[in-house]
Design a protein around this ligand. Structure first.
Ligand code: SF4
Length: 65
């Protein structure tokens, strides 16, 4: 499972960061930054799904198993 992020769609709500700070950070402009390159660790998959489900702009998604 990998996280897909569309910077152009991101509006900087920071819900992802609040729900899954292990996976997302915030840049100086308030937009999301991925903290994990490549495969999401097994123990963080639930949080990745939670963040994706709560992104109001559909700016993040999950690829793979
Ligand atoms: S929740 Fe979605 S729109 Fe908001 S900062 Fe995260 S990726 Fe961007």
């Amino acid at each position: 499972m990998r996280i897909r992020y569309d910077r152009d769609a991101c509006q900087g709500h920071n819900r992802c960061y609040l729900l899954a700070p292990e996976l997302f950070d915030v840049d100086d402009d308030g937009y999301a930054v991925l903290r994990v390159e490549g495969e999401v660790p097994e123990e963080l998959r639930g949080k990745a799904q939670l963040a994706v489900d709560n992104c109001p702009e559909y700016a993040i998604g999950l690829d793979g198993d």
